[in-house]
Design a protein around this ligand. Structure first.
Ligand SMILES: C[S@@+](CC[C@H](N)C(=O)[O-])C[C@H]1O[C@@H](n2cnc3c(N)ncnc32)[C@H](O)[C@@H]1O
Length: 386
């Protein structure tokens, strides 16, 4: 009987969904077999365990986050293997907290406990939760901790009112999160570092897929602190000019990063509001990376039309984003990501399906050139102004 209640997620696409979901939750449960080479999970759990995983996702997140806050993964990285007493001494946590933290991190498979009662990092923890690893997702967790969790606490009210009522948690008067946190010296870097980390972990596929042939001046609209544009500038030396178009406080961060890389002769910033400020005059191609989930379809089309008007004939549009599959069965990372846009960011955006992206691009007047499905739930849509 028990096996009938089990949740089987065995096929390739389904296990990929589980992987996305679990990574969203920051959760990996004892019966989950981790194939560390492929970084996929095969899961067979009872429905009760599956429901527990969802119901206590907040606890799983807090244990993972506090593994980072109390330097557990860093100290295991430094020492290789540690007993509970050694961890307790180094973390300065008391008996109860250190034991529950280590038990939970072991159960969640972020650390191993060996037959000598010593803890070690798993290879995935080394990759994703140790600061010295270039693939680490620590800053993404910081965004969840300081912005997403507080903002979605009363999701019911935001869904009922069709507004981002979670924004009340952040001081200011702007109806959008981005403008509220721009002057905040704690939350601005929390947010920008998370976006930068997300982009760094996904933009390799963008660099491999984007066709910048014939592009002389690419504008990264909502380019944040310049992570994508710097990588594009380095990868494509033939593109003469690249520009980050973002809010003034964010452009200052981008300008510093561009200067640090010595790319200021080719990469500039263009401070302003995407909806109100003109695009740079010489722009012949525009990238919107992780942008069209922020606004409603109507406002996305408005922004795309503005880009269309500003581009010369033959000008290219690139949209790089996560999307929901057209059958709406996943991936989890995209489907679940919508709540943040509804409750916190703007109260109007969501993760659209692949088809919806194409609809918005065409509704703005562009002609589709190519849709590419990329890893990590991403797509790259290329369109042209004819
Ligand atoms: C989700 S982040 C995306 C950052 C970057 N494109 C990436 O892929 O990592 C959204 C960016 O859009 C900017 N932004 C949001 N609304 C804006 C507006 N109305 N005008 C200019 N920039 C805006 C934010 O400041 C932020 O840097």
């Amino acid at each position: 009987m028990e096996s009938q209640k089990n949740v089987h997620l065995q096929s390739h696409s389904q296990s990929a969904k589980t992987d996305d979901f679990l990574s969203t939750m920051g959760f990996s449960e004892a019966k989950i077999k981790v194939s560390e080479k492929a970084e996929t999970l095969k899961i067979e759990v009872s429905f009760f365990e599956w429901a527990s995983l969802i119901a206590q996702g907040h606890a799983a997140f807090q244990f993972l986050w506090n593994g980072i806050q109390f330097n557990i993964f860093e100290m295991l990285e430094k020492n290789g293997s540690m007993s509970i007493e050694e961890i307790q001494k180094e973390s300065a946590l008391e008996d109860g907290p250190v034991k529950m933290l280590m038990t939970s991190l072991t159960c969640l498979q972020f650390v191993n406990l060996d037959e000598n009662e010593k803890y070690q990092n798993t290879s995935l923890t080394k990759k994703y939760f140790v600061r010295s690893s270039s693939a680490n997702l620590i800053d993404v967790l910081g965004w969840q901790r300081y912005i997403v969790y507080p903002g979605v606490e009363d999701a019911e009210a935001s869904l009922r009112a069709n507004k981002n009522l979670g924004l009340e948690k952040f001081p200011g008067t702007s109806p959008h999160l981005y403008q509220r946190i721009a002057p905040d010296d704690h939350l601005r870097p929390v947010f920008q570092k998370a976006m930068s980390s997300l982009s760094s972990s996904s933009h390799q596929v963008l660099l491999e897929s984007i066709d910048l042939q014939g592009c002389h001046h690419l504008v990264d609209a909502g380019g944040g602190q310049g992570t994508n544009v710097i990588a594009l500038g380095q990868r494509f030396p033939n593109v003469e000019q690249l520009t980050v178009f973002d809010q003034p406080d964010i452009c200052k961060m981008a300008a510093k990063n561009i200067l640090d890389k010595g790319l200021q002769s080719r990469i500039q910033t263009h401070p302003g509001d995407l909806f109100d400020t003109d695009f740079p005059k010489t722009m012949d191609s525009v990238l919107l990376s992780h942008m069209l989930t922020i606004w409603s379809e109507q406002n996305n089309i408005k922004l795309l039309k503005k880009a269309y008007e500003a581009l010369p004939s033959g000008g290219k549009l690139f949209i790089f984003n996560m999307a929901v599959d057209d059958d709406q069965r996943g991936p989890f990372s995209s489907a679940l990501g919508s709540l943040y846009f509804q409750c916190v960011a703007t109260g109007e955006g969501r993760l659209y399906t692949q088809k919806e992206f194409v609809h918005m691009i065409e509704a703005a007047g562009f002609q589709m050139v190519k849709t590419e499905k990329l890893p990590q739930a991403h797509y790259l849509w290329t369109a042209v102004k004819v």
